[in-house]
Design a binder for this molecule. Structure first.
Ligand SMILES: [Fe+2]
Length: 296
């Protein structure tokens, strides 16, 4: 059966059928999916049954996988490279309301781009749903290429060449979650990335910001924060946004280089939600922070 892709939005998001991603993909299938990612930025697959080994293998088809942040509470999953996007602790139980990991992960409900706080930021994320709540917990995506295209010309001139500072502690701090040790903070120093980039696969200009971005280098703090807020409000207007309602077996790929996403609230004291993610590295971004990349 041939791979086919059905658009789910005027600008981006494709629904993919005709491929079993639990098995190694042939070169032609990889090429079709690569082209589709560059066109649609978000791809949705349904009815996929992948264990963690298969998810990791699928992710590696598209690039090198960067492990998620270490967390003091330990890792529930076998592979360090797989991000645990769940509300479960290492005993597979619902996390307590005041669980540090839970409070940290609430930051994922702010618009963000995965790993934009890293010297080498995230390219493609692939999120696979094992267990989903009966209601809530959607993931929303915003198209930053379309949002860039619709900026007025004065704003395009204003933001050309600007650089934003990103830190995980900025997004968490916005929610008042500041309970991190000096060692945790030292392990993730702030990084810089251009505010406008050219998406390599499509050659389209795109914004690059989100809740990890705190301010603009060389600008007064409040002025840079206001600009980032204005751009986020612009880019997350309804016409640029698609909402994915999860079913178990869904896998969604998104391109962090040209989209923002956020999780939606759900009753995490009542329902289990077990999603697992791998994210490839955007090696093009290594030149944004050469000293940090060299320091490893
Ligand atoms: Fe995310």
């Amino acid at each position: 059966m041939a791979i086919s892709i059905r658009p789910l939005h005027d600008d981006f998001v494709g629904d993919v059928s005709g491929v079993d991603i639990s098995r190694p993909l042939d070169a032609e299938s990889v090429r079709i999916l690569d082209d589709a990612i560059n066109r649609y930025a978000v791809l949705v697959f349904h009815g996929q049954s992948l264990d963690d080994d298969q998810l990791l293998a699928f992710g590696r088809t598209f690039g090198s996988i960067a492990p998620p942040r270490n967390h003091r509470a330990g890792h529930r999953l076998q592979h360090a490279e797989i991000a645990d996007i769940s509300n479960l602790n290492v005993k597979n139980e619902l996390r307590a309301r005041d669980d540090h990991r839970r409070l940290d992960s609430l930051g994922n409900q702010l618009w963000h781009s995965d790993a934009s706080f890293r010297p080498i930021s995230g390219a493609l994320s692939m999120l696979h749903a094992h267990v989903v709540p009966p209601t809530g917990g959607d993931t929303l995506f915003a198209d930053l290429r379309a949002a860039y295209d619709e900026l007025d010309d004065d704003t395009k001139v204003l933001i050309d060449g600007l650089v934003a500072e990103h830190s995980i502690f900025n997004s968490r701090g916005q929610l008042g979650h500041t309970d991190y040790t000096d060692a945790e903070r030292a392990a993730l120093p702030a990084v810089r990335h251009p505010l406008v980039r050219v998406h390599p696969g499509s050659r389209r200009k795109t914004l690059y910001m989100g809740s990890h971005a705190s301010h603009i280098i060389g600008w007064p703090m409040p002025e840079g924060r206001l600009l980032l807020r204005e751009l986020t409000e612009h880019a997350t207007q309804q016409r640029f946004v698609h909402t994915h309602k999860w079913q178990a077996g869904d896998l969604v790929i998104w391109d962090n280089r040209c989209t923002l996403h956020r999780g939606a609230r759900y009753d995490d004291a009542k329902y289990r939600r077990d999603l697992r993610r791998v994210t490839t590295q955007d090696l093009d971004s290594a030149s944004d922070n050469p000293e940090l990349v060299a320091a490893g």
